[in-house]
Design a protein around this ligand. Structure first.
Ligand code: GLA
Length: 381
């Protein structure tokens, strides 16, 4: 228990304990930074923060997962190139202060069971937990959207990793047994119930996402270039790929750089798939939902080119098993995880069979997570 660890390190029990979950995205991949649609669920793996106030302006923080400690001064918050695990808390603290929230020193312990660098958004979970931690400790009464945006800002501007808003959003506002349908343009959202007779099974390929950040930046730029090109060719006021129709793409096909066209084609078609997926999920059309997941993977693999051999292997193995509805890579890609929608009664056998096949096919072992869609950090907080 984190309370006992906190007591062992700091000599008394914490005043506040908060948790924020990781996430798995069911469909709507690489659409969030294009003002598009996403359908993630928060998972039953989370990061927990425990802490208490200090009388000064120092933050003394211990990471359970790294078994390391660091401390910083609230009046001079700098990025730490060694204790990089502490930068999420530093970033969140810095921007809260910059926005006029007067923080006070704190002793903090944090850790959890969201695997790192697996595409399940452990960093968003740390950021959201850190923001909610300050909000609880100091009774800050922060608006949920502010919590989400500030957490993302810490990742983008302090840690220096570009990302959309999906991960922080779902970590904050996920709901038990539901997925969350989010419009990343106006940030309106709706919870969509998941049925009890299907399970979300996630396989961790074990491939660390070495290329993820640089290639993510490349994709961001390609999407912007595609927007400029489509606007020019169609003469339409296109602000982002969200504004592009399949018919615009067809019209621009011959005149546009083929690589940019394929990138745009993924995003535009993925938005359509996500809209349809939400509709069929509400109507309990699970077979179609699974097909849309499969199509999403194809599009990510061939048009967007963010999959890798190991993810493709996991997806292909999954599709041969009984009880599978749909399988695709999830998250940024280049390693990390696949997400599978599986009939509940087949889930256990399915998971073992895919993991066995993966081990036989290569050198890595797959991590298996049968996920329960869970509440976000701000639900019942
Ligand atoms: C990462 C980012 C998200 C999103 C996904 C791809 O997880 O953090 O914002 O862009 O990749 O869908």
């Amino acid at each position: 228990m984190i309370e006992q660890t906190f007591q062992r390190i700091f000599g008394s029990l914490p005043e506040v304990v908060v948790r924020a979950p990781g996430r798995v995205n069911l469909i709507g991949e690489h659409t969030d930074y294009n003002d598009g649609f996403v359908l993630p669920a928060a998972i039953d793996r989370a990061i927990t923060f425990a802490g208490r106030r200090r009388a000064d302006r120092r933050v003394c923080v211990h990471s359970l997962d790294f078994n390391a400690s660091a401390d910083f001064d609230l009046d001079d918050i700098q990025k730490d190139s060694e204790a990089t695990w502490s930068n999420y808390l530093r970033g969140v603290s810095k921007f809260l202060e910059a926005d006029g929230h007067r923080l006070i020193g704190a002793d903090v312990v944090f850790g959890g069971d969201v695997p790192r660098e697996a595409g399940l958004s452990s960093s968003a979970a740390v950021e959201v937990a850190a923001t909610v931690f300050w909000s609880k400790l100091l009774a800050l009464q922060l608006d949920p959207l502010y919590v989400i945006k500030l957490s993302r800002r810490a990742e983008n501007e302090f840690v220096g990793v570009p990302c959309g808003i999906m991960d922080q959003f779902i970590s904050a506002l996920g709901r038990r047994d539901h997925a969350l349908f989010l419009d990343c343009r106006d940030l309106t959202y709706r919870h969509v119930p998941l049925r009890a007779d299907v399970k979300i099974v996630v396989f961790n390929s074990g491939v660390k996402r070495a290329l993820a950040q640089s290639e993510y930046e490349v994709r961001l730029k390609q999407c912007r270039a595609a927007v400029a090109s489509i606007a020019l060719l169609t003469g339409r006021p296109v602000k982002s790929l969200r504004d592009v129709e399949i018919s615009d793409l067809e019209a621009a096909r011959g005149a546009m750089d083929n690589l940019l066209w394929r990138r745009a084609h993924h995003v535009v078609s993925e938005n359509q798939r996500t809209l349809e997926a939400v509709k069929v999920l509400q109507a309990a059309g699970l077979e179609r939902f699974g097909e849309l997941m499969n199509e999403s993977h194809e599009s990510l693999r061939s048009d967007y080119e963010v999959s890798c051999v190991e993810l493709d292997t996991l997806v292909n193995l999954a599709r041969r098993q009984e009880g599978i509805l749909g399988a695709r890579m999830t998250g940024a890609g280049f390693g990390g995880c696949t997400v599978n929608l599986v009939r509940a009664e087949a889930a256990e056998h399915f998971a073992q069979a895919v993991a066995r096949g993966y081990e036989e096919a290569g050198t890595l072992k797959a991590g298996i997570y049968v996920c329960q869609a869970s509440d976000g950090a701000l639900v019942n907080a």
